[in-house]
Write a protein that binds this ligand. Structure first.
Ligand SMILES: Cc1cc2nc3c(=O)[nH]c(=O)nc-3n(C[C@H](O)[C@H](O)[C@H](O)COP(=O)(O)OP(=O)(O)OC[C@H]3O[C@@H](n4cnc5c(N)ncnc54)[C@H](O)[C@@H]3O)c2cc1C
Length: 367
């Protein structure tokens, strides 16, 4: 039986989930206050809470060491996402906004999760193209450990516009609307909201990035990066001894390269800080001088400030039956700094959660 599902959110989590729900045979409407648009038109102040445009965005493996429960939970999601990205790239190499390339890592203070990585353990974790780098390939003597692997980057607004267009082409509907609560969606009708064309919504997916304010585990992690015109042939990540990170993420599709980046917990600052820009560029220059222009400099296009929707304990991916059986909300928010690289894995869990609810309604299983 075809059901009508409303997905709140048109970031990477919402659109990926909406596409897989459509593929599972449901009618799907995306409801959101922000939608993908050319990156140059996204407003850095009024749309700062729409995180997806401000992401890098690349896939950087986080080894699922037993000491890190969140990484263990997330690793299968990243593997699922990798294979979806690979097939999208294979079918749409010039239009999907995805680039497959080498990922290079340099660590100054590697933890046990890195030191235990060998070609054999990496293969068992399904990391393709993994190679430990010899010291002769490190940029300087502060680096103690390095590796490379096969990975991908996306140009966020090219990629999400592609996915949204695909969603609409396959019959999905969109509604621009700011909601107060996921519950509000159940009150929308065809009369009040003609684009719903349904007479009711059977389930709601909450892919709102940050949730709706009632989750005490949520917090923001500010990220400032710099967009430069130079292209890089790899995504390069360096962990500095003080715990900070230096990285580059080529966006491809004439979108320049992102040089990053900060991770500032509970920092609501909207304006880019010039001293941060200067530090990010200086640190990356030393790590990867081959990307500099003929004058040995970067060609700066602008600064980026975003807010990662972080959550203590990891993302919330679970169903909730509303009190009195008033409806079902599948939560998928709190993706922090990994929304892109976990997106298709999360979307698959969303479909499982929603279909589990419908099976329970038919008396075929428990929720
Ligand atoms: C500097 C920086 C670098 C990053 N780099 C990477 C990276 O390299 N790789 C990676 O995987 N991730 C990266 N991230 C993280 C990634 O960008 C996020 O995890 C991801 O964008 C979250 O997507 P989302 O769809 O969950 O939320 P969002 O993109 O925030 O989308 C939320 C959606 O919900 C809608 N919404 C919210 N509230 C309401 C409401 N009340 N009513 C209606 N609609 C509503 C919004 O309009 C929007 O459409 C980075 C983030 C930053 C800031």
């Amino acid at each position: 039986m075809t059901r009508h599902i409303a997905v709140i959110g048109s970031g990477v989590t919402g659109i990926s989930s909406a596409l897989l729900l459509l593929r599972a045979g449901h009618r799907v409407t995306i409801i959101a206050k922000d939608f993908p648009a050319p990156f140059e038109t996204i407003d850095p102040i009024t749309q700062i809470n729409y995180t997806s445009p401000w992401g890098g965005a690349h896939n950087r493996w986080v080894p699922p060491h037993p000491s890190n429960a969140q990484a263990v939970f997330e690793h299968p999601l990243s593997i699922t996402t990798f294979s979806h990205m690979k097939s999208l790239f294979a079918s749409h190499p010039t239009t999907a906004g995805i680039t497959f390339l080498k990922g290079v890592e340099y660590l100054e203070s590697p933890g046990p999760e890195y030191l235990s990585l060998t070609p054999a353990t990496a293969a068992s974790l399904q990391l393709s193209g993994f190679r430990l780098l010899p010291q002769s390939e490190f940029p300087d003597q502060k680096v103690k450990w390095g590796c490379e692997y096969e990975t991908y980057c996306v140009n966020p607004m090219v990629y999400l516009s592609f996915l949204l267009r695909r969603f609409v082409h396959r019959g999905g509907r969109v509604l621009k609307h700011a909601l107060r609560s996921p519950v509000e969606v159940f009150a929308l009708s065809e009369r009040s909201t003609p684009s719903l064309k349904n007479g009711g919504v059977d389930a709601v997916v909450n892919a709102s990035g940050f949730g709706f304010g009632g989750d005490g585990n949520m917090f923001i992690t500010r990220g400032q990066t710099v967009l430069v015109a130079e292209e890089c042939d790899a995504t390069v990540t360096r962990q500095n001894a003080d715990g900070s990170w230096t990285f580059c993420v080529p966006r491809g599709f004439e979108g320049g390269t992102v040089i990053g980046g900060t991770k500032e917990v509970d920092d609501w600052g909207v304006e880019p800080r010039p001293e941060t820009r200067e530090k990010l560029l200086r640190m990356f220059k030393g790590t990867c001088p081959r990307i500099l222009n003929g004058k040995g400099e970067f060609t700066v296009m602008g600064d980026i400030v975003g807010r990662r929707p972080s959550r203590r304990g990891g993302p919330r991916i679970e169903g909730e039956v509303l009190e009195g059986g008033k409806g079902f909300v599948m939560h998928a928010y709190g993706l922090g700094g990994r929304g892109y690289e976990l997106s298709w894995g999360v979307a698959e869990r969303v479909v499982e959660g929603v279909e589990g609810y419908f099976r329970a309604l038919r008396g075929e299983s428990k929720i």
